[in-house]
Design a protein around this ligand. Sequence first.
Ligand SMILES: [Zn+2]
Length: 129
Amino acid sequence: MGVPDRFQALVDDRSASQAPDAWLDLAEAATAEDAAEALDHLLATDRAVQYLGVLVGGEKAGIASRAHLWHLARAFDDAAGRELPGEPDYELVAWDCPVCSARVWRVHTDPRHPPGCPNGCGPLRPEVV
Ligand SMILES: [Zn+2]
């Protein structure tokens, strides 16, 4: 299973060797617009993130730098004629790994099916707020 073509642009090859500060887990059914909105929201919400790991349906797609994603989201917004900053019509939920502290952001979360740690530790726990 490869990464869907529409998400390939999210990945920044120059950042491939970086350790991600957090992950974004996109649903396999997500559109490129869904992804751009989630990136907008995530970069604004978690300002400590410099390198973001991108997962599609839990599969690692690659790593992207904040600068790359910011540029990409802006380009997408320009193409779509969107007003910025847009108000997201969904909530990003943070999941944390109790073992290695990896953080994974997800748009749609079914608590019966917690995402797994991208580092292979096991199921993640929803962020405690
Ligand atoms: Zn872990």
